[in-house]
Design a protein around this ligand. Structure first.
Ligand code: GLC
Length: 552
């Protein structure tokens, strides 16, 4: 690996930060976050060490799916500002060395989108085949993504007497991706935002791009053509896919060996097994899923995450495993959603235990791949279970301990969402207090990110899971051409003593330097290392060689 490669493939070592403009920072005091507010918080994000912002949908919307129901792919929701304000955000981010990607939601539109209004107006409208219409509900139709809200995926449109497809809410009709005109429109949308300065897209709901029918859609062919188009316009732009599927299918969505489809994908399987490991205090489920992860081509990358804006889905676990995680982290029915997920954030699930929370984030930043964080994770925000469904984790960012957590100066009843109530509310959890506290979670995140960014092997290197002889401890090595590290995570609430062998190539008598604390250990002449770990301990150890040129 050469330095030039690392720079070009920026996403291999990025720190991605996801935020929703409307809940981040309100600058004009109307109770809704805005682009101007975000522009004023770019320095906060730069200091944290973020290198890429992922903006959740900011397009005009009736707001029936928190912005994932779009009525104009080229527009900006006027509550958030206008295009000029957005460009200021892009410019400021660029100035601080930060990339920006946008949510690309092209599986469906809002039913208020002009295309759909035209499409449903009559069977012979030119926009009719922009959507998927059927005379009858096809046999074996899948269940809806929101089973507690929708009966199925086909909705009868009374006026024209046909059914339209909607994998999500009935007010989110699926676009007909088999239609070349629709594909062309999507390409133009991509081209438009690229010209404005975006570095790529988080592609929403990828598995649903596949629609059976006549003609069917080959989502792989679609993604290949979009990737080609995207990289023709800007070679260093990315498609980060939301693909909650088993690894084999994810591998196909990377484009298999050709790696010419999605550039990055979230590791949903790993995330779910992480929670199973946490619930059991047993590292093996996570270790197994890491072993099963397909090895990717150099320019492809896994995106690791602990929490996102949706429910913490557990759909890839078995029923019994899911119940174990539910019982550990969402004991009340009201903490769950869709029978498959949890609507809480990490610190509340871990009863606010800082050792446990830090262990999980240490893991996140040390797993091979690129970490993605959801706003507020860096300060340990909790959720508001009084909010319906997935909105529980989409509360305003907590900037300080003042009214509304410093998010807005509007009256609290005008806020886009209520601030998290006490316990994890702004009086206890806020960015301003943590910025001046060297022992805060925020300070811990800053350190983790600094170490992560100085350890390029995490993004590039080769993973080895090391047998530590104790099921509750995960020991993994990442070996890169510029250096190697070992990470150790104790999933148990009890202290442990472990003894393990360094993988081949790391040598005997190797010196292991602690990266998150002072000190170090030396391997014996057989290359074995002994460590005493505290409850929920986490350690990063750089394997030092004499020709290491790095700063840390
Ligand atoms: C994705 C989004 C989710 C949204 C859905 C429909 O899964 O993450 O928030 O509701 O797509 O667009």
């Amino acid at each position: 690996m050469r330095l030039t490669d690392t720079g070009d493939l920026w996403w291999k070592t990025a720190v991605v930060y996801c935020l929703d403009i409307e809940t981040f920072m309100d600058f004009n005091d109307d109770g809704v976050g805005d682009f101007e507010g975000l522009a004023h918080r770019i320095d906060y994000l730069a200091e944290l060490g973020v290198t890429c912002l992922w903006l959740m949908p900011f397009y005009p919307t009736p707001g029936r799916d928190d912005g994932y129901d779009i009525i104009d792919f080229y527009g900006v929701d006027s509550r958030l500002g206008h295009h000029g304000d957005l460009v200021e955000v892009l410019r400021t981010a660029k100035d601080r060395g930060m990339r920006v990607i946008a949510d690309l939601v092209v599986n469906h539109t809002s039913d208020q989108h002009p295309w759909f209004k035209a499409s449903r107006s009559s069977r012979d409208n030119p926009f009719r085949d922009f959507y998927v219409w059927r005379d009858e509900i096809p046999k074996g139709a899948p269940t809806n993504v929101f089973p507690d809200k929708e009966d199925g995926v086909w909705q009868l449109d009374e006026k024209t007497g046909q059914y339209y497809l909607h994998n999500f809410y009935h007010h989110q009709p699926d676009i007909n991706l088999a239609n070349p005109k629709v594909r062309d429109e999507i390409a133009k949308v991509i081209g438009y935002w690229m010209e404005l300065g975006f570095s790529g897209f988080r592609v929403d709901a990828v598995p649903f791009l596949q629609q059976d029918g006549d003609p069917g859609v080959d989502p792989h062919e679609l993604l290949r053509s979009l990737r080609k188009y995207l990289t023709r316009r800007a070679g260093d732009s990315v498609l980060l896919g939301e693909v909650n599927l088993p690894f084999e299918e994810q591998y196909e969505y990377f484009g298999g060996e050709a790696s010419d489809e999605l550039t990055m994908q979230f590791d949903f399987v790993g995330m779910q097994n992480l929670y199973l490991s946490l619930a059991r205090q047993d590292a093996r489920p996570l270790a197994d899923s890491l072993r099963e992860r397909p090895v990717l081509a150099q320019e492809s990358q896994w995106a690791n995450f602990v929490r996102n804006h949706d429910e913490l889905t557990l759909d890839k676990l078995t029923e019994a495993e899911r119940m174990e995680v539910f019982e550990a982290f969402a004991p009340d029915e009201g903490m769950r959603v869709f029978d498959r997920g949890i609507r809480r954030r990490l610190p509340t699930m871990l009863a606010g235990d800082p050792r446990h929370v830090r262990m999980v984030y240490s893991l996140l930043f040390s797993l091979p791949g690129t970490p993605v964080i959801f706003y507020g994770e860096e300060i340990g925000m909790g959720e508001n279970l009084e909010q319906p469904g997935r909105l529980a984790v989409r509360t305003p960012m907590q900037w300080n301990s003042a009214a509304n957590g410093g998010f807005s100066r509007a009256r609290s009843r005008r806020l886009v969402a209520p601030v998290t109530p006490d316990g994890f509310g702004p009086a206890h959890v806020n960015a301003a207090d943590q910025r001046t506290d060297p022992d805060s979670l925020l300070a811990f995140f800053e350190k983790l990110i600094r170490r992560y960014r100085a350890s390029v092997e995490i993004g590039w290197g080769e993973l080895t899971i090391i047998d530590a002889g104790v099921d509750c401890v995960l020991v993994h090595a990442i070996q890169g051409t510029e250096g190697s590290m070992i990470a150790v995570h104790n999933f148990s609430s009890d202290p442990q003593v472990i003894d393990f062998a360094l993988p081949n190539g790391m040598g005997s008598n190797a010196e292991l330097v602690e990266l998150l604390r002072d000190g170090g250990v030396v391997a014996d002449e057989k290359g074995r290392v002994s460590l005493a770990l505290e409850a929920f301990d986490h350690r990063w150890l750089r394997v030092h060689s004499t020709d290491d040129k790095r700063l840390s």
